[in-house]
Write a protein that binds this ligand. Structure first.
Ligand SMILES: *[C@@H]1O[C@H](CO)[C@@H](O)[C@H](O)[C@H]1NC(C)=O
Ligand SMILES: *[C@@H]1O[C@H](CO)[C@@H](O)[C@H](O)[C@H]1NC(C)=O
Ligand SMILES: *[C@@H]1O[C@H](CO)[C@@H](O)[C@H](O)[C@H]1NC(C)=O
Ligand SMILES: *[C@@H]1O[C@H](CO)[C@@H](O)[C@H](O)[C@H]1NC(C)=O
Ligand SMILES: *[C@@H]1O[C@H](CO)[C@@H](O)[C@H](O)[C@H]1NC(C)=O
Ligand SMILES: *[C@@H]1O[C@H](CO)[C@@H](O)[C@H](O)[C@H]1NC(C)=O
Ligand SMILES: *[C@@H]1O[C@H](CO)[C@@H](O)[C@H](O)[C@H]1NC(C)=O
Ligand SMILES: *[C@@H]1O[C@H](CO)[C@@H](O)[C@H](O)[C@H]1NC(C)=O
Ligand SMILES: *[C@@H]1O[C@H](CO)[C@@H](O)[C@H](O)[C@H]1NC(C)=O
Ligand SMILES: *[C@@H]1O[C@H](CO)[C@@H](O)[C@H](O)[C@H]1NC(C)=O
Length: 671
């Protein structure tokens, strides 16, 4: 863009914003600098005597920090690798940095200030494709960078933790329900989708006094309501209460956004910031944990005595009086255990690490929700979030609306989400063929004890037709499916758009370039691992989700994608679309779809299971108190403990688990 064009645009924008932003600004002012650490520094943190050291100031870690430090006699230290960024608008504003990204202030995912930026090894079943694995590296963890989707799984997913994985009735839908509620300050929806009733049970399912604000979109684009109506017309009903134990079908999905301020509600502001004044809570940011220091003596067995961390190239040790709580996430917690000598003895001794405890299950059982995407082009004048990018007038109007009333397009999060039973998307002959193919595949495999019970549970769940097997969602913004391949072209397009604002003819052309991305994700039956390959604590672990290695996985994606095409060809959504762009109607046969999905798979960023909570006989890593088997005083509280993937986005489950974990720790010590 030429400098004169830029000047003209900026001048127009400034005068417009001066006119529009006369009223009070609800949003906190960001001063551009952040404290390096909070209330402490590397050396004084090391000298402090903590009862509990929590590794990871993320979604679960900050819940633990907040709850355990409620007792002023208990001291808690938290070590977080990322920065403390209170009031950062990129974290706070729902559309900024998240759904569309923001050309002016950047993005969260793929930005090293917020994201570990892990990557998988090349995926054998995806022709060597490498999958990006974003994970939050900032105070608040992944709750600071996720899409804010707030879902609860069907009861059976949690009941399995009790019955299948032998963790006792405390770990069941009923056992967890009070903890889901403890997290939430829920506000009922204003808008309703087609087919949605005001169901009093929706309110009963939620809590109203918890730290995390849970609300619903108050702004929709032109896309959501017709999409839901189209799904209804092809046999997918609207679920008025997806959070009461039945996740299935399409719903207006809750989100972790404060309806009063329009800001993301996350572990950083909802839990940590409200406890920040407590003298018995210290958080050290920008410190990378390198290992747990253990002593192995006497009758107590293997006892954690302290935690080593690195700041500015220097290693410090903080000692711990009671326990180390690992909450570094499913991709980092196994790494820390392995670096500390707890893991598969072959892997550890090959790297020259002294083996303290041979524990080969650590880092195994990695499960995730892969996703494929389809892109559709919408007709002229159909409102999607892309208007924020190509129309400066609209963008400033929406900014002012957001700043003054916490509403409008800037407050948007994905609203349409629907976990569908497989039987709703394929006919019974296809289902039966898929199922016998699956049975044949599994018969050829060596299965570990935990896989045997997982597969048995999955078979009965998929056959029941009562739980979601792939999930549809609608992203009302541009080129989602092709961003990875054509990211720079996408940004170039934005620049071209700014350049041609003065030319109505060109503007018209750009208006046609709005997209509707929809994605399907399927899940379950992916089981793999991740381990260290280096003694360097800052090296990333080797992550291998083994996407689509079982033919069933590809078949679910193929049939899910075919269903999404059928959905988008149904009225009333079909009338708003010009057509499908990616993969395009050239893709027709099952074989063509299979080839497409193998180029298009990504993760929805829900890795879990790497330190599974299950009985020792099944190969679990932690017991029902979340203590690592064989270690005297180390617990894990993060997505790694979930023994088998669940049918929805995981964030609310992580919070509930962490709230329960805090009670378990408190009861251990009578505090
Ligand atoms: C909205 O608020 C943010 C944060 O305070 C500020 O940076 C921005 O300039 C405001 N925008 C308008 C149009 O008032
Ligand atoms: C900026 O804001 C942070 C967090 O609110 C605060 O700690 C810091 O002192 C502020 N810096 C300046 C220069 O005002
Ligand atoms: C779950 O809810 C949907 C939508 O209300 C309903 O059609 C379905 O029968 C329910 N499933 C179960 C297992 O109750
Ligand atoms: C780590 O623990 C060992 C005992 O296993 C002890 O000898 C050593 O001093 C500890 N290191 C630090 C830095 O505390
Ligand atoms: C431990 O790791 C080695 C090397 O990767 C592997 O061959 C072996 O199967 C693993 N052991 C177990 C019990 O998983
Ligand atoms: C840009 O947005 C403004 C304000 O919403 C609207 O009046 C105008 O028609 C839009 N222009 C185009 C080309 O869409
Ligand atoms: C089931 O669906 C497949 C395509 O997905 C189709 O080829 C087949 O004819 C259908 N079978 C029946 C009995 O409708
Ligand atoms: C399962 O289906 C795939 C193709 O979808 C095929 O390649 C494979 O041979 C089938 N496996 C069995 C055991 O039938
Ligand atoms: C990316 O852009 C190139 C050049 O414009 C084009 O040939 C290619 O088909 C695009 N790829 C995708 C996936 O859209
Ligand atoms: C593991 O590390 C070795 C030595 O640095 C390297 O050659 C190998 O490629 C690494 N493996 C993976 C899967 O990253």
């Amino acid at each position: 863009m030429s400098p004169t064009t830029l000047t003209r645009l900026l001048t127009a924008a400034v005068s417009l914003s001066a006119t529009l932003s006369a009223s009070a600004n609800l949003q906190p002012q960001y001063n551009g600098s952040y404290p390096a650490a909070t209330g402490t520094d590397a050396a004084s943190f090391a000298k402090t005597k903590f009862d509990f050291v929590v590794v990871g100031g993320g979604t679960a870690g900050l819940v633990l920090a907040y709850r355990l430090s409620e007792n002023p006699k208990i001291s808690v230290g938290v070590i977080e690798a990322g920065q403390y960024r209170p009031d950062d608008p990129l974290i706070g504003t729902p559309t900024a940095g998240n759904l569309l990204g923001n050309a002016d202030i950047g993005t969260l995912l793929g930005n090293p200030t917020y994201d570990w930026m892990f990557q998988s090894v090349p995926q054998a079943a995806l022709n060597g494709l490498v999958i990006d694995y974003p994970r939050g590296k900032v105070v608040g963890g992944s709750s600071a960078i996720n899409s804010m989707i707030w879902q609860r799984a069907s009861d059976v997913d949690y009941d399995n933790w009790n019955t299948v994985f032998q963790n006792g009735p405390g770990w069941s839908a009923q056992g967890l329900e009070p903890y889901f509620k403890r997290v939430e300050s829920w506000t009922e929806p204003e808008l309703l989708f087609p087919g949605q009733q005001r169901d009093p049970a929706l309110a009963t399912a939620h809590g109203t006094n918890g730290p995390i604000s849970v609300s619903y979109d108050t702004f929709l684009t032109d896309i959501e309501v017709p999409s839901v109506a189209a799904a209804n017309s092809i046999g997918i009903p609207t679920n008025s209460n997806p959070d009461g134990g039945n996740e299935t079908f399409i719903a207006l999905t809750a989100r972790s956004v404060d309806p009063k301020t329009g800001l993301r509600s996350y572990a950083g502001n909802a839990y940590y910031q409200t406890a920040i004044g407590r003298p018995n809570l210290k958080l050290l940011s920008q410190a990378v944990v390198s290992k747990i220091n253990f002593s192995k003596s006497g009758k107590s067995g293997i006892v954690a005595t302290g935690v080593n961390y690195i700041v500015g190239g220097k290693t410090y040790t903080v000692s711990v009086e009671k326990e180390v709580i690992l909450a570094a996430g499913s991709l980092k917690t196994p790494q820390i255990l392995e670096l500390s000598g707890v893991g598969n003895k072959t892997i550890l001794s090959n790297l020259g690490i002294d083996v303290l405890l041979d524990f080969p299950q650590i880092g195994e059982n990695l499960q995730d929700h892969p996703v494929t995407l389809l892109d559709f082009k919408v007709k002229d004048d159909v409102l999607t979030l892309d208007r924020l990018n190509y129309n400066q007038t609209y963008s400033y109007e929406q900014q002012v609306l957001y700043n003054t009333s916490a509403s409008g397009a800037m407050s948007y999060t994905e609203a349409v989400v629907g976990p569908l039973p497989l039987q709703k998307t394929v006919n019974s002959s296809t289902f039966d063929a898929m199922f016998s193919n699956l049975t044949a595949t599994l018969a050829t495999q060596q299965q570990t004890p935990i896989q045997k019970v997982q597969y048995a549970a999955l078979e009965s769940m998929v056959k029941s037709g009562a739980v979601g097997w792939f999930e549809l969602t609608v992203v009302p913004s541009g080129g989602v499916a092709s961003t990875a391949a054509n990211g720079s072209n996408y940004l170039t397009s934005v620049a071209i758009e700014l350049d041609v604002l003065s030319s109505p003819a060109s503007l018209r052309t750009w208006l046609c370039s709005m997209w509707l991305g929809t994605s399907t994700f399927y899940h379950r039956l992916t089981s793999a691992g991740q381990h260290i390959n280096s003694t360097d604590p800052t090296a990333q672990p080797v992550i291998d989700p083994k996407f689509l290695e079982i033919p069933w996985d590809a078949e679910v994606l193929v049939h899910g994608s075919q269903w999404v095409r059928k959905w988008m060809q149904s009225e009333p959504i079909a009338g708003l679309l010009e057509g499908e762009v990616t993969p395009s109607l050239n893709v027709q046969s099952d074989e063509e779809w299979d080839a497409y999905v193998r180029t298009a798979v990504r993760t929805t960023n829900h890795p879990l299971g790497t330190t599974a909570m299950a009985s020792r006989a099944l190969g679990g890593v932690v017991d029902p108190n979340l203590k690592v088997y064989g270690l005297a005083n180390v617990r894990v509280v993060d997505a790694g403990i979930i023994p088998m993937t669940i049918g929805v986005a995981i964030q609310s489950t992580i919070y509930a688990m962490a709230e329960k974990a805090a009670d378990l720790v408190k009861s251990t010590y009578g505090i």
